[in-house]
Write a protein that binds this ligand. Structure first.
Ligand SMILES: Nc1ncnc2c1ncn2[C@@H]1O[C@H](COP(=O)(O)OP(=O)(O)O)[C@@H](O)[C@H]1O
Ligand SMILES: [Mg+2]
Length: 259
């Protein structure tokens, strides 16, 4: 079992969208997938098919100490979803304090998940730096670090790169919402590659497509509604990169993969 944290140093970068898309695409390739919402925004559930924001979950359990395992839920694609749950404002400070005091809280909690070697746990996080993102970084074997192709987010990413890389995990960097018609965004790719330095894996590009949020609003996926669109192709490419990084699947599971 491997753990992957989806991180960004900018808000609205696409962490939740990518966590859900990766969870679904990897599950469809035959992977056992657990998707954990570790962001108090509590928004991963609707991306995975829930009609309402879940009241209980792993985040709510930090404050109460109650077990969160009873609140997991499996979506249509077979993803086992661990909601964050609804946390009142009054509890946020005490939760942050507890997570700051116990940096391995999430790692310890996830260690109880019984997944085979080919399985993967994906963690959605609030913007880094935050105690939740730091916990996900602590327990991740791989970080998928996503950023919009804009100067501000790229500057904050460059600023936090040393801490992100200090954790001994591997990393994939994703430029999301790319519009190649905008010259500044083409420069963003060069800026990010320069910040990552020589020897870093190539940056993965995801193009902007207004149909992605529209598909979410309809409760469907862009890669189902428009499988030949550029962004669907990009999302499949990201899933392939992660899939190749994970332990190979046994042949029988591959046989059920859609062609
Ligand atoms: N490639 C994309 N093209 C168009 N819209 C996108 C793309 N990726 C994400 N979005 C939209 O951007 C908004 C923020 O995405 P979200 O995943 O919620 O970000 P975060 O979790 O980092 O705050 C959402 O409305 C989402 O649908
Ligand atoms: Mg989010």
């Amino acid at each position: 079992m491997k753990t992957i944290a989806i991180l960004s140093t900018a808000g609205g970068a696409g962490r939740t969208t990518l966590t859900a898309a990766l969870a679904v695409l990897l599950a469809r390739r035959g992977r056992p997938v657990v998707a954990v919402d570790f962001d108090p925004q509590n928004l991963l559930g609707p991306h995975l098919g829930l009609d309402e924001l879940p009241a209980d979950g792993i985040g709510a359990a930090i404050a109460s100490g109650a077990p969160w395992h009873a609140h997991t839920w499996r979506n249509d694609d077979g993803v086992l979803f661990v909601p964050h749950g609804d946390v009142p404002l009054s509890s946020l400070v005490s939760i942050s304090q507890l997570l700051a005091d116990e940096p391995a809280w999430l790692a310890t909690s996830l260690a109880g998940i019984d997944l085979p070697a080919q399985g993967v746990v994906l963690i959605d996080t609030p913007r880094y730096p935050s105690v939740q993102a730091a916990q996900a970084l602590y327990c991740a074997d791989l970080i998928v670090c996503v950023t919009p192709p804009e100067p501000g987010p790229l500057a904050t990413l460059a600023r936090h790169l040393p801490q992100l890389r200090a954790a001994r995990n591997e990393s994939l960097f994703v430029l999301n919402r790319l519009n190649p018609a905008r010259e500044m965004q083409r420069d963003a790719l060069s800026m990010l590659s320069a910040a990552l330095g020589p020897g870093a894996a190539p940056v993965i590009r995801l193009h902007a497509d207004a149909a992605l949020p529209e598909a979410f609003a309809r409760g469907s996926w862009l890669f189902d509604d428009a499988p030949y669109s550029q962004t669907s192709h990009d999302l499949q490419g990201l899933a392939s990169a992660v899939d190749e990084w994970l332990a190979p699947l046994a042949e029988p599971s591959r046989a059920s993969e859609p062609r």
